[in-house]
Design a protein around this ligand. Structure first.
Ligand code: GLY
Length: 258
């Protein structure tokens, strides 16, 4: 699995309380608690051996701590997305300056209108990308994404979504040809060749774990997910994400890892 040296995060802003929420996990985020949870998340990433670039809070965009959505960073190029949520679309311009620090201009690509795409819909496996077609990521966005990947010798497979916000809400790659899957992803033919670790319905949020340089970071409060991952033999760190969950945000959403 790709070894990561860096991560980019953005501090939660006070306007976080006005972020988009499906209401699946009720309540408004507690800003001070969200900051403490964000600190712990950064510490976990550092323990996994990555240098973390911490961008300042941006009050114009309540959901801007979910930095995974406005960009997709690969070993060969950076792709600035075009977020499908209108209140989040401007985040793409803000992430661009952070990405420029790490990628030369001729390796920075963009998804352009009428294409929309959010990074939460993109799952990278060893050498291939899976892209969820969701309410945030449309057909044209995926067409452009594929065209960009092919330019760099990579490719992607489209995965239609019916139940969840983003692809990685319900399926995440742990390396070693293994997927953590919940709900609609448990039996999708497109993933039939992978070894699958099933997440029970009552722990569906726990399907959003991230493996960073060997260690799996797991959200706190998902005992079945935790024991399944331990059973695979992976070292584990847990981080409480209760305040981000209220906005449907998971562990992967909170960073760009590259
Ligand atoms: N609240 C995160 C999102 O809906 O994009």
């Amino acid at each position: 699995m790709t070894r990561f040296t860096h991560a980019i995060v953005r501090r939660p802003c006070r306007a976080l309380t006005e972020g988009i929420s499906s209401g699946l996990y009720p309540g408004k985020p507690d800003y001070e608690l969200a900051l403490r949870q964000h600190d712990a998340y950064i510490s976990a990433l550092r323990k996994c051996g990555v240098t973390v670039d911490i961008l300042p809070a941006d009050e114009r965009y309540p959901d801007s701590c979910f930095v995974e959505d406005p960009a997709v960073l690969t070993g060969k190029c950076a792709i600035i997305t075009n977020p499908g949520a209108p209140s989040r679309n401007g985040e793409k311009d803000e992430i661009l300056s952070a990405v420029r620090k790490y990628y030369p201009e001729d390796r920075i690509e963009k998804i352009r209108f009428p294409g929309t795409l959010e990074g939460g819909d993109v799952m990278m496996t060893e050498d291939h990308f899976y892209v969820g077609r969701s309410e945030r990521t449309n057909e044209e966005g995926i067409r452009q994404f594929r065209e960009i990947l092919r330019k760099y010798g990579m490719d992607c497979t489209e995965v239609p979504l019916t139940e969840v916000l983003h692809l990685k809400t319900g399926v995440n790659y742990l390396g070693d040809h293994t997927l953590l899957v919940s709900g609609e992803f448990s039996d999708k033919p497109v993933f039939s060749d992978f070894r699958k670790v099933a997440v029970p319905e009552e722990e569906a949020y726990g399907a959003n774990c991230i493996r960073v340089n060997g260690t799996v970071i797991v959200p706190e409060g998902y005992p079945s997910v935790l024991s399944s991952i331990r059973a695979l033999g992976y070292p584990v760190l847990t981080v409480d994400t209760s305040e981000f969950r209220k906005l449907d945000g998971g562990l992967s959403c909170l960073s760009l890892r590259f």
